[in-house]
Ligand binder design. Structure first.
Ligand SMILES: [Ca+2]
Length: 281
């Protein structure tokens, strides 16, 4: 499970890329105030925008529901730890439509730890602890600015939340045409790319496959084999999880079900995160 540590320690610089954001057709947008009042009435993929400029966060609603987590035994190139099991979400949540960008990070914490400075690219060189601290600070800042109500909270997604949102109703290895959706080894030229420059999934979420790997909240551990509700992973462990592949690896490691795990202190040029905004319980 530590087989991917090596690449994280290798530096790759990227300069000068600028892409065009691709619009998401057919998904509604609602005002934040309306969304906070009755989020669970929103349809999947509804866009809510919080803040503006470097403080802008585009969020997509991920509704309550159920899905098959992990991969079926006949999925090509699967790993054994992707044990299929049903996951039930009793409550929906918002997920940021992009990886956390360097601009979003810098707007909250003022520094930018990334290798390869570019405001519209994923922040990198952040440990699991750094990513959690960022989410905590983002919650404090947005509450103080009146951008989110009391009780709402930014967080790293659980592995289950991440995979459910990534799949957006799909059950195959990828949530669509990978070549159109992802910056991976075959098309990235080894460079980091601006977020939101590949096609999104059915719920309007970009770059879950590829570009930067994304920290998740859970400790790494074996999946259950039975149906579970709102899973949060093991109660303790050694490694934290991360998901989605990156620009320097191929399609196999960008699959919806593939799992990564490493010590929470490690940082890498290809590893960032994506935040979720959780409604009050
Ligand atoms: Ca990603």
């Amino acid at each position: 499970m530590v087989r991917w540590i090596g690449w994280l320690l290798v530096g790759v610089l990227s300069w000068g890329f600028s892409g065009q954001a691709q619009a998401v057709m057919g998904l509604p947008e609602v005002a934040a105030a309306a969304a906070w009042k009755d989020p669970h009435a929103l349809v999947a993929g509804t866009l809510v925008v919080v803040g503006s400029g470097p403080h802008r966060w585009g969020l997509r609603w991920v509704p309550a529901g159920r899905f098959q987590m992990g991969s079926p035994a006949d999925e090509p190139n699967r790993d054994k730890d992707e044990v299929p099991h049903e996951v039930v979400f009793r409550r929906g949540f918002f997920m940021a439509e992009t990886e956390c960008t360097q601009a979003q990070w810098q707007a909250i914490l003022t520094n930018n730890p990334s290798r390869g400075k570019a405001p519209d690219q994923p922040v990198n060189q952040v440990s699991w602890h750094d990513a959690n601290d960022f989410c905590r600070r983002l919650t404090q800042t947005h509450r103080a600015q009146g951008l989110i109500p009391e009780g709402w909270e930014w967080s790293l997604p659980t592995e289950a939340q991440w995979e459910y949102a990534c799949r957006a109703g799909t059950s195959g290895p990828f949530a669509g045409d990978l070549a159109e959706m992802a910056w991976i080894e075959s098309n990235s030229e080894g460079k980091a790319h601006a977020v939101k420059t590949r096609k999104p999934n059915a719920w309007g979420l970009h770059d879950l496959h590829g570009n930067a790997w994304e920290w998740c909240r859970d400790w790494y551990g074996a999946y259950p084999t039975n149906s579970v509700q709102d899973p949060t992973g093991p109660s303790a462990g050694t490694f934290r999880t991360y998901r989605g592949g990156s620009r320097i690896y191929g399609a196999r490691r960008a699959r919806s079900a593939i799992r990564g795990a490493m010590t929470p202190e490690l940082k890498g040029d290809y590893l960032g995160f994506r935040a979720v905004l959780l409604p009050p319980r």
